[in-house]
Design a protein around this ligand. Structure first.
Ligand code: CS2
Ligand code: MN
Length: 354
């Protein structure tokens, strides 16, 4: 298992590489060119600049999160083939710098959705929160809320440029039902697989967050059955998962550890996030400690360990603690605590095995 930490880049993150360097065990930075719009080619020069920064601290850059997928690819729009060609070019450029895993998602219109980005927890910290009744509001209001809370930071999936055309975007998705979206995902991956073999890069889809339809938009990767379907649909060792325990685990019916046990060989990238469920269907993100949430963090880590997982792993969203001012879900302190928790469990499992 290779421990990583997501970093949004110089000038775009409250956290410095020198600070990440002091978290025990982190060898890889999960990065992206956040100024790029979906569909644009990432050039060798741009990638090299990040490499030079990471080299200074001895960090690897094997995982990109994310190379975002253009809406024309998701909807089979007029630019689909052009944007797929651009994606291939980006993969080829990334492979020159040791990139091994590209995380992406196939969520229509929005990436992850929460109704409160700084919800107070009983311990005085704040965390991302999902209140079922609030989600019924108009998507434009939702986008306005998210953008007002994240001012100054780019939020992948909530790019202001895209949000400014939300009505048009919803129109483009109107004819795209769930089966069409599956077809479009298959088309995209079948196009990419030869380039993945050529470059050695695994495509690792992130599940839908939350794992159910919202705003009338279809969502694909939501439970064990859909994960099975996805892996069978393009049955190729380079067609992989970013298994996000918090995204799938937001639905109390999903047993994430079972999914890990079944598919550990196809998980290229593990996100460890904990979530607490409320009986009315709301949920709150929590610390990574098993008993603070309901996703079964210990079972999940054990499932990776038992399966001999040697892919990349990172703590996903953390709480905002100790007054830290940071990007929602992506502060330094709670994610560093999360890493120590994950490594503590992992080291003990190693020791017990000897
Ligand atoms: C991430 C996702 O912040 C998060 O919740 O886990 O937004 C993830 O980066 C994307 O869905 C991957 O494309
Ligand atoms: Mn995640």
């Amino acid at each position: 298992m290779k421990m990583s930490f997501r970093w949004y880049g110089t000038g775009n993150d409250s956290i410095k590489l020198s600070e990440i360097k002091q978290i025990p065990g982190v060898t890889e930075i999960v990065w992206a060119l956040h100024s790029k719009q979906p569909g644009e080619v990432w050039t060798v020069e741009e990638i090299k600049k990040v490499k030079d920064e990471l080299d200074e601290y001895g960090f690897g850059m094997a995982v990109v999160e994310s190379v975002n997928v253009h809406d024309d690819i998701k909807t089979a729009g007029p630019g689909r083939d052009k944007y797929i060609e651009n994606y291939k070019e980006t993969l080829r450029n990334l492979s020159q710098f040791g990139v091994k895993v590209v995380c992406y998602n196939f969520m229509p219109v929005f990436d992850w959705t929460r109704t409160d980005l700084f919800h107070p927890l009983p311990d005085g910290s704040t965390a991302l929160y999902y209140e079922k009744d609030k989600i019924k509001q108009d998507p434009e209001e939702m986008a306005e809320y998210i953008l007002s809370e994240t001012k100054g930071y780019t939020m992948p999936g909530w790019e202001p440029e895209r949000m400014a055309h939300l009505k048009e975007l919803f129109k483009v998705y109107e004819p795209v039902d769930k089966e069409t979206l599956w077809d479009n995902l298959k088309y995209f991956l079948e196009e990419l697989m030869p380039v993945c073999h050529e470059t050695g890069i695994k495509m690792a889809i992130h599940p839908d967050d939350p794992p159910w339809d919202i705003f009338g938009l279809p969502r694909l990767l939501v439970d064990a059955e859909s994960v099975d379907r996805f892996l069978k649909m393009v049955d190729d060792p380079y067609n992989c998962l970013t298994l996000c325990s918090g995204s799938l685990g937001s639905n109390p019916k999903n047993n994430v550890a079972d999914i890990v046990r079944k598919h550990v060989d196809r998980i290229a990238f593990a996100h460890i996030r904990n979530v607490k469920h409320f009986p009315n269907g709301d949920f709150s993100e929590t610390s990574h400690r098993d008993c603070d949430g309901d996703v079964g963090i210990l079972d999940i880590i054990k499932a990776y360990h038992d399966g001999g997982f040697d892919g990349y792993i990172r703590p996903d969203h953390g709480r905002h603690i100790w007054g830290e001012k940071c990007r929602p879900g992506y502060g330094l302190y709670d994610r560093a605590l999360g890493i120590m928790y994950i490594l503590g469990v992992w080291d003990m499992l190693d020791k017990l095995k000897k």
